[in-house]
Design a binder for this molecule. Sequence first.
Ligand code: ADP
Ligand code: MG
Length: 255
Amino acid sequence: MTKIIALTNQKGGVGKTTTAVNLAACLAALERRVLLVDLDPQGHATMGSGIDKHELDGSVLDVLLGEKPAEAVILDCPEAGYALLPGNGDLTAAEVDLLDRDGRERCLHEAIKGVAGDYDVVLIDCPPSLNMLTVNGLTAADGILIPLQCEFYALEGLSALLDTVEQIQASVNPSLQLFGIVRTMFDNRNSLTRDVTKQLRDYFGDTLLKAAIPRNVRVAEAPSHGLPVTKYARFSRGSQAHRVLAKELIRRLSL
Ligand code: ADP
Ligand code: MG
């Protein structure tokens, strides 16, 4: 059964896209068929997958608006090993374009339901806000994965996100689950990191994943080469940590 996972956190710069790209690559390397959906107008997941966001023939926006079938827009990323439903700045129009549609929350769900079955895992990289695109991501998903940086305001932002998740559960997607929280840019030498980890563990228990992604310069460099870190710097700490994360999710979610 396909699992659709939305990577979401309305805070920018917490590692959503980095986790999405590298997790996609690690799951693909572990022989899962993976589709990565770039739902962020910044198009960083697209660029990080080695696809030029300025040169797209079609994007996830065309698919959301029902103007193209998903299979016409999905690209193969042979180096990274997964398929990509690319996105770019055109998506900024989506908020307005979707607004006066019936079932506007369900456009992504409708758009990908025909192709989702071709994959074991669909990862959706959400934009850094709780807008209509994110709502579409959460409506299409079976569950969410929250990348989170262990800093003082991290928990505050989390409650707004969890409120949104509850609203989605109460309306368009009752079966939406919280699949996990993954700590990113992790540095265990930092006492704040340890404090936040303890708070997360106390509050979320097992939902806080064991795998944490360390701050690692290779992880930050990889996107400028259009590669996941597992291809750019296979033996780096960042690469290894993403592999551990992929394996933990495979076990936990039976991917
Ligand atoms: P988001 O998608 O949540 O906005 P990104 O994944 O784009 O966040 O990450 C924000 C910035 O932090 C990027 O410049 C990225 O390269 C960097 N970054 C993310 N994870 C790591 C990491 N583990 N180590 C070092 N830099 C990282
Ligand atoms: Mg991003």
